[in-house]
Design a protein around this ligand. Structure first.
Ligand SMILES: Nc1ncnc2c1ncn2[C@@H]1O[C@H](COP(=O)(O)OP(=O)(O)OP(=O)(O)O)[C@@H](O)[C@H]1O
Ligand SMILES: CC(C)(CO)[C@@H](O)C(=O)[O-]
Ligand code: BAL
Length: 268
């Protein structure tokens, strides 16, 4: 890539992988990357191999002009927008060991999703050869899977996790929020509210009671269909009942109207 001479001259290269439809969450990743690297590359690629629902892939937003403008304003140095043919010139098999957490939570509801995610991230790393790569905590399990892929191939890329950027009312920013109707948008707030309830009561209530209350909040919200709400170990993603175990995170996924959203908050 054109960054090779800059890298050879000692400059640090950062990659911010995205699927486009950029929002302030993505900009926060670019901002953090700019603080830590000399050149920031943002990739925009809607990766077909990570979609398990063809309708989800088809309707994924692709507002290209808006994205380019946002990247210019954010001071991103390079935009990398490969075509599907460039990234997948031939049909290929990809299967690597990502550990048992691959099959939990998102992996259970989107079978094979993390094989597709790690396949494309490896290809992006091969193309850009970054020193650092920035990902959002919003996709908590994705960061774990990418760290496992990096360890699997022993890649010299440092993975940096960036905090979740939220709307003023608490909804985690997401490209898919654009699909929410006005009523969905109101209903979707229950996800961050249920997570905040768990954070606020973490010290005083047992795990079982926290989960019961959070799930009840979500279940009684019309138009919201819960996939999972869990309090889990932040590495194994296995459910955890012991509040003193440390490294705990609350994670949620739900369909709001026709749109599936995820969110999480760190507990300890
Ligand atoms: N609200 C957010 N705060 C911080 N990072 C975010 C946020 N939303 C997305 N990201 C991160 O931006 C990167 C690119 O994500 P992506 O382009 O899929 O956007 P998205 O908003 O997560 O869209 P989607 O609707 O597909 O979940 C990922 O590392 C993701 O975790
Ligand atoms: C990391 C990623 C760009 C891979 O397609 C995607 O999963 C995303 O946007 O989070
Ligand atoms: N932000 C995660 C990408 C996906 O939902 O496919």
């Amino acid at each position: 890539m054109l960054l090779e001479p800059l890298k050879a001259a000692g400059q640090k290269i950062a990659l911010v992988p995205t699927m486009g439809a950029l929002h302030k969450g993505h900009v926060s990743l670019i901002d953090m990357a700019k603080e830590q690297a000399d050149q920031v590359v943002c990739s925009i690629f809607v990766n077909p191999t990570q979609f398990t629902d063809p309708k989800d892939l088809e309707k994924y937003p692709r507002p290209l002009e808006h994205d380019i403008k946002m990247l210019e304003e954010a001071g991103c140095d390079v935009v990398f927008m490969p075509s599907v043919k460039e990234m997948y010139p031939t049909k290929e098999n990809w299967h690597i060991d990502l550990g048992s957490a691959e099959f939990l939570l998102e992996g259970e509801f989107r079978k094979g999703h993390y094989q597709g995610v790690t396949q494309i991230v490896k290809k992006l790393f091969d193309a850009v050869d970054p020193d650092l790569a920035f990902f959002g905590q919003k996709d908590f399990q994705q960061v774990l899977m990418i760290e496992n892929m990096v360890a699997y191939f022993k890649l010299p890329v440092k993975i940096i996790t960036c905090p979740i950027i939220r709307e003023n009312d608490g909804l985690a920013m997401s490209s898919r929020n654009i699909h929410l109707s006005a009523q969905d948008r109101v209903n979707a707030l229950v996800l961050s509210r249920a997570l905040a309830y768990v954070v606020d009561h973490f010290k005083t209530l047992p795990v079982a009671q926290l989960l019961e209350k959070a799930k009840e909040m979500i279940r009684k919200t019309p138009g919201v269909e819960l996939d999972y709400f869990t309090i889990a170990n932040g590495k194994t993603l296995l459910p955890e009942q012991d509040k003193d175990a440390g490294n705990l995170v609350a994670l949620v996924a739900a369909k709001v109207g026709e749109t599936r959203l995820i969110d999480n908050m760190i507990l300890s």
